[in-house]
Design a protein around this ligand. Structure first.
Ligand code: PRP
Ligand code: MN
Ligand code: MG
Length: 179
């Protein structure tokens, strides 16, 4: 285990098993809809690639890149859009894939932006949900794991842009971000 990790919260095996289930559920719900899976970079990178492989239906993919945390452990409240969508969403069934729903600031902003593009439907699939921290009324339609109020990294999630390459979701040692 990485020296900055206090403990593993969700192991590689648990991630794979849950994503297999989520993929089956999403595949059943979208079988004939040719959905667009829209990933929110960068955090979603690992969940995205595993999730779409677990969802073997006709689909398209696209990405947005947004950032609001910078080097901190809580949201700045300001969402910077670094990359917008690049396909036409009008009349399409869109499933947002996200690594974590925390304060909800990011997804509230993203959903408001996407609704203006006139999708036929818009749903949220998040690997992690931390409901105790919510500041907005956004709700996910598909949730991998509901987690407690701990700062987690790995499997795409970062602290100050590091730890994204860990293959598990781990709790970061508080001394790493309090020093
Ligand atoms: C993180 C995470 C989510 C968002 C969740 O992204 O990947 O997108 O914050 O937090 P919220 O619900 O409080 O808005 P971040 O802004 O760190 O950018 P990144 O994905 O590039 O790491
Ligand atoms: Mn993100
Ligand atoms: Mg981040």
């Amino acid at each position: 285990m990485h020296q900055d990790i206090e403990r593993v919260l969700i192991s590689e095996q648990e991630l794979a098993a849950r994503i297999a289930e989520l993929g089956k559920q999403v595949a059943a719900d979208y079988a004939d809809k040719d959905p667009i899976f829209l990933g929110i970079l960068k955090g979603v990178v690992m969940f995205f690639s595993d999730m779409i492989r677990a969802t073997p239906i006709q689909c398209q993919i696209d990405f947005m890149a947004v950032s609001s945390y910078g080097g901190g452990t809580s949201t700045s409240g300001k969402v910077r859009m670094l990359k917008d969508v690049s396909v036409d969403l009008r009349g399409r069934h869109v499933v947002i894939l996200e690594d974590i729903l925390d304060s909800g600031v990011t997804l509230s902003h993203v959903c408001a932006h996407l609704r203006e593009m006139g999708p036929a439907s818009l749903k949220i699939c998040t690997l992690l949900d931390k409901p105790s921290r919510r500041q907005t009324d956004v709700k996910a339609d598909y949730v991998g794991f509901t987690i407690p109020n701990e700062f987690v990294v790995g499997y795409g999630l970062d602290y100050d842009e590091h730890y994204r390459n860990l293959p598990y979701v781990g709790i970061l040692k508080p001394e790493v971000y309090t020093k």
